[in-house]
Design a protein around this ligand. Structure first.
Ligand code: NAG
Ligand code: NAG
Length: 324
């Protein structure tokens, strides 16, 4: 298994070295993160009462690091770890299960066996939950790799493992309560329809709700970025006003009312909620604080899986959530 993974990684690197140029298939990470939220929103519609956790980072004891989990879906019946691969183009499998994707202009990209990787995340999540006192009964924890891109065209789609949900299958998924309930539910539970105990689900949700999670930046145009907030950058007087907005004090900020005083110095209003461990979601309007700064002030953010810091102007930011 490890040998296969290492070989796979090597092969991926080779493909990257030889075929990658700057203008790659995965045009930007932003589209990956936006796909996560699109998929999460649809799942929440399909599974009423279900909850989707986006961007959980589970501590992996073996590698002493954190592993990013795209989505964790908790429904009445099951817990599903989901990786989202918004890839387009012709996709084939090599013998180690890596995906070789060929897109426009015959550019080739290699994705290291997403099925094996997601499966590995399941065991890490299971271990983490157990440590926090929630042991998931056998058969309730599973995984999927969702490919929501209409231009995802697998070669020999029947050679892909059943955990891979192609665009066609993804669009055909029906709401849970409907008779047509297709599903990955039945397939996984072998026809068993026992629900998880309400109290168990509550506990599970409370553990997942307090698991380490990526910071989240929502940009205008329904775009998202997951990663880590680094700092603000801008004029000294603005930074002075923003100095209260730091991880230890603030959990959420939103940006609104862009007022234009000519191009040079338009401003935005930044509203921020103080971190409150008792009831983060039940803050009244009076508890929000507000500052006005130049809209050219930037948020410096390090996206997941990127070694570079990216800068986003406050005028393009809708909101930002900071994890504890
Ligand atoms: C997938 O990525 C493309 C750009 O590569 C984007 O246009 C599309 O909206 C993304 N899919 C989803 C479901 O977000
Ligand atoms: C922007 O410019 C206007 C007038 O030109 C000025 O009154 C205002 O104070 C300026 N705002 C900031 C934030 O510098």
């Amino acid at each position: 298994m490890w040998v296969a993974l290492v070989c796979g990684l090597f092969l991926c690197l080779m493909v990257k070295l030889f075929f990658y140029d700057d203008d790659t298939l995965r045009d930007s990470d932003d589209s990956h993160f936006s796909a996560l939220f699109t998929v999460a929103k649809r799942l929440e519609k399909l599974y009423r009462g279900g909850r989707v956790y986006v961007g959980i980072q589970i501590p992996d004891l073996d590698s002493a690091s954190r592993r990013n989990v795209d989505l964790v879906l908790v429904t009445n019946e099951e817990v599903v770890v989901i990786s989202v691969k918004n890839v387009s183009g012709v996709v084939s499998l090599d013998e180690d299960g890596n995906w070789i994707c060929t897109g426009k202009h015959h550019k080739t990209e290699c994705i290291q066996n997403p099925v094996a990787e997601t499966k590995h995340l399941v065991s890490i999540l299971e271990e983490y939950l157990e440590q926090r006192g929630v042991a998931i009964p056998e058969g309730y924890l599973s995984f999927k790799v969702v490919c929501p891109n209409p231009f995802f065209s697998p070669i020999h789609s029947d050679s892909f493992p059943p955990e891979v949900i192609t665009y066609d299958q993804w669009t055909r998924l029906k709401p849970e309560h409907s008779k047509l309930s297709s599903g990955w539910i039945k397939g996984i539970l072998h026809g068993r329809k026992d629900k998880m105990q309400e109290s168990f689900r509550e506990k599970l949700n409370s553990v997942l709700g307090t698991a380490p999670i990526s910071d989240r930046l929502e940009l205008r145009g329904s775009k998202y970025v997951l990663g880590e907030f680094i700092e603000f950058k801008g004029k000294p007087d603005d930074l002075q006003k923003l100095r209260k907005i730091k991880r230890s004090k603030v959990s959420h900020l939103s940006v609104r009312k862009i007022s234009m005083f000519g191009f040079a110095n338009s401003t935005v209003q930044v509203l921020y909620a103080p971190r409150d461990y008792r009831a983060e979601e039940s803050l009244g309007p009076s508890e929000w604080q507000e500052v006005t700064v130049r809209s050219s002030t930037e948020v410096v953010f390090q996206p997941q899986n990127s070694i570079k810091h990216h800068k986003y102007k406050l005028s393009s930011v809708v909101s930002m959530s900071l994890s504890a």
